[in-house]
Design a protein around this ligand. Structure first.
Ligand code: AMP
Length: 422
């Protein structure tokens, strides 16, 4: 049997790696500039963390988790998202006592048992930012600005930012009650899944992508959470809107936006790129003032954002992201002695910071030239009898076709110069 990567996973290799590295570099640099430090949490956690932190009734917990019992009989889950682990780490290390305001970011694989399709994987990658201990709407604006800055720096266009508030424990229940009543009255038009959700958690119904359910949500009389916000939530939202306007970040209010995770309070937002088709969300986030409490900790306000890296890489690929030419020299031995000379030369190149590739497979020059061409390498350093006699190396430029015999020092000087102009 031929063994393949499991369904919903894939290898990242070849030219695509440069896109990932570029994306990671942009994320890290901007995180650093905005004062966010990296946090690396385990890839697996106790299942209970997600059951409590994401919510028992969510699709993630009910259907999508990679959960197994380990050899010690513990229920373990591969992380489906990054926020609950970050808050778990914050509480576990007692930050709420010694240093309650933190700004953290992460990058890494997440796991969800979903139906794979373009832009939707079972192992996918996210980068995310979390600011804990900040109550002020300015922090919501900061997180959105950070996300926006990264997307813009990556050259992504046609972005739309959708915003909503889902209230707080004071006002949310009033809306949920009204929503349940409304949906009950339109029950016949809802899908089976929504009928079930209606009983357990009517807010979750708004996540349904089913066209007939969507038509119900679009009805003019459909209740909007915006009409139910308490004074504090409204003030929070208005302040955020005015900050975003000041920052020049365009947004639309989407009163149907609730996001799939349970711990959100007040601000929720999503960034979409319509050219991506069905899987058009490239990131989302919001405020989760209820999460630390749900995990057994004290009341800690928090706001965060997570972005899907596969979808961003797809967009970069489509935009013909300019792949920086990586300078590298190809070392082509003509005989065994030449191999020795080139191996010794590779130490010098390494010290000079010049990337190289030494091929031991053949002593045949034609083979080497073909191979270098295929690898997209411009300069080939040749070492054989002729070069030994002259105590040097030949350097062949595959673009101009020019070849010259150089001493080791001359060769290094020339390669250094070429690298700079590359
Ligand atoms: P969420 O944690 O569900 O809010 O997702 C945040 C972002 O991660 C989404 O906007 C997507 O860009 C991305 N994402 C979520 N699930 C997947 C998946 N199964 N495959 C690829 N990207 C995903």
């Amino acid at each position: 049997m031929e063994i393949k990567a499991p369904r919903g996973t894939r290898d990242i290799l070849g030219e695509e790696v440069a896109l990932w590295q570029h994306l990671e570099e942009v994320v890290r640099r901007n995180a650093h500039l905005f004062g966010y430090e990296e946090i690396r949490t385990p890839v697996f956690e106790h299942t209970e963390l997600f059951a409590r932190g994401v919510g028992e009734e969510t699709d993630i917990v009910q259907k999508e988790m990679y959960t197994f019992t380990d050899k010690g009989g513990r229920s373990i889950t591969l992380r489906p998202e990054g926020t609950a682990p970050v808050v778990r780490a914050y509480l576990e290390h007692g930050f709420f006592v010694r240093d309650p305001r933190v700004r953290w970011y992460y990058l890494g694989p997440m796991f969800r048992y979903e139906r794979p399709q373009a832009g939707r994987m079972r192992q996918f990658h996210q980068f995310g930012f979390e600011a804990l201990g900040f109550q002020d709407p300015a922090c919501d604006a900061e997180i959105i600005l950070l996300a926006w800055t990264i997307y813009r720096e990556l050259g992504l266009s046609d972005l739309s930012l959708e915003l909503n508030s889902i209230g707080c424990p004071l006002c949310k229940p009033h809306y949920v009650r009204r929503l349940r009543e409304y949906l009950e009255s339109r029950k016949d038009a809802l899908c089976e899944n929504c009928k079930r959700r209606l009983v357990e958690n009517p807010l979750r119904v708004l996540d349904c992508k089913n066209e007939t359910c969507q038509a119900v949500f679009r009805e003019a009389s459909f209740p909007s959470i915006q009409d139910f916000l308490c004074t504090e939530c409204r003030r929070h939202e208005e302040r955020l809107f005015s900050l975003l306007k000041r920052l020049g970040i365009p947004f639309v209010v989407n009163p149907r936006l609730v996001r799939g995770l349970d711990y959100y309070t007040r601000t929720v937002f999503e960034v979409k790129v319509h050219t991506l088709g069905a899987q058009d969300a490239i990131g989302g986030g919001g405020r989760y003032d209820g999460l630390a409490r749900a995990l057994g900790g004290p009341e800690v306000p928090g706001v965060g954002f997570a972005a899907g890296m596969e979808r961003i890489v797809l967009l970069l690929e489509r935009s013909g992201f300019p792949r920086k030419g990586t300078f590298r020299v190809y070392l082509a031995p003509q005989d065994e002695e030449g191999e020795k000379d080139l191996l010794a030369l590779s130490q010098v190149l390494h010290e000079a910071g010049i990337p190289f590739c030494l091929d031991f497979a053949s002593k045949n020059l034609r083979y080497h030239l073909k191979r270098a061409q295929k690898m997209g390498v411009r300069f080939v350093v040749i070492a054989g009898e002729e070069e030994r006699k002259n105590e040097g190396f030949s350097l062949k430029d595959l673009v101009s076709g020019e070849q010259m015999l150089l001493s080791r020092e001359e060769l290094l000087g020339r390669l250094r110069k070429e690298r700079e102009t590359c």
